[in-house]
Design a protein around this ligand. Structure first.
Ligand code: SF4
Length: 259
């Protein structure tokens, strides 16, 4: 019974936190158009260890140079690496993209992951997680941005904030993903995910968080929060068009590819 009460309290608390962030950033709407699952997967892979601006530039260059996944599959990995170099870790990412394409083609006979739409969340996650270089964040992003599922990807921002807010006590983003999974109120994952990323970029930054302007200050357990009470005015702002997520961007701008 005590465990059940603690669980309900956590769910209600997350609902309160999500409301507070929506008060600051608004309620983000899922992209009107969904990107194709293979596009989401590769775009999210490109975003690993870099920012969304650079990974989007890498995405556009890849698309311009190789207008179909078949062309990427046929190209030498070095040529793929050259096309995506602006996104960092070009060799590792190019090899992984090629491996993913080879595996999908071998297993499914085409460059498409659209069959994931017919799978449950657990089945789709299991399939994606079996690919080299695909972790829980990348797999969950595909489910959210291409399949419209109510799952909660955890990146480094979200991992840090969940620990500062004592929603989780974990050492890695993967552990935070597992800890948060049962706690998200139904239908809240998309908004909470997107707003926490913006909150992490603007306010609850890794270094020098703007605790003095934080809407979650009273909810926060970060021991040093009182040291960061003074911060420059105007630093906290609403979300602008420059604050995009690559997965949202490729869905909204139609820059997804065929075949
Ligand atoms: S008080 Fe500071 S550390 Fe805590 S959530 Fe807000 S910005 Fe982050």
């Amino acid at each position: 019974m005590a465990r059940q009460n603690a669980h309900v309290k956590s769910v209600l608390r997350i609902s309160r936190l999500a409301d507070a962030l929506e008060g600051q950033f608004g309620r983000p709407r899922p992209p009107r158009k969904k990107s194709r699952p293979l596009d989401s997967l590769i775009a999210t892979l490109l975003s690993q260890n870099t920012n969304d601006r650079n990974s989007y530039r890498a995405w556009l260059r890849l698309k311009r140079q190789f207008p179909s996944w078949a062309k990427v599959h046929k190209a030498p990995w070095q040529a793929v690496a050259k096309a995506i170099e602006v996104g960092g870790l070009k060799n590792q990412k190019a090899r992984r993209i090629k491996l993913i394409l080879r595996k999908v083609l071998k297993q499914r006979g085409s460059f498409s992951l659209d069959f994931l739409k017919q799978m449950s969340n657990e089945e789709a996650l299991e399939y994606l997680l079996a690919m080299k270089g695909v972790g829980s964040k990348t797999a969950a992003c595909v489910l959210v941005f291409s399949l419209g599922r109510d799952v909660f990807p955890v990146d480094t921002h979200i991992h840090r904030i969940c620990n500062r807010l004592a929603l989780a006590k974990t050492k890695s983003a993967d552990e935070t993903y597992e800890a948060m999974k049962p706690l998200l109120p139904l239908g809240s994952a998309y908004s909470f995910h997107v707003n926490l990323i913006h909150f992490g970029r603007q306010t609850c930054r890794s270094n020098n968080p703007l605790c003095g302007q934080c809407v979650l200050f009273d909810e926060c357990s970060f021991p040093k929060k009182h040291l960061y009470l003074v911060s420059k005015p105007d630093t906290v702002r609403r979300r602008t068009v420059a604050d995009f997520l690559i997965t949202e961007k490729i869905a909204n701008d139609g820059s997804t590819r065929r075949g």
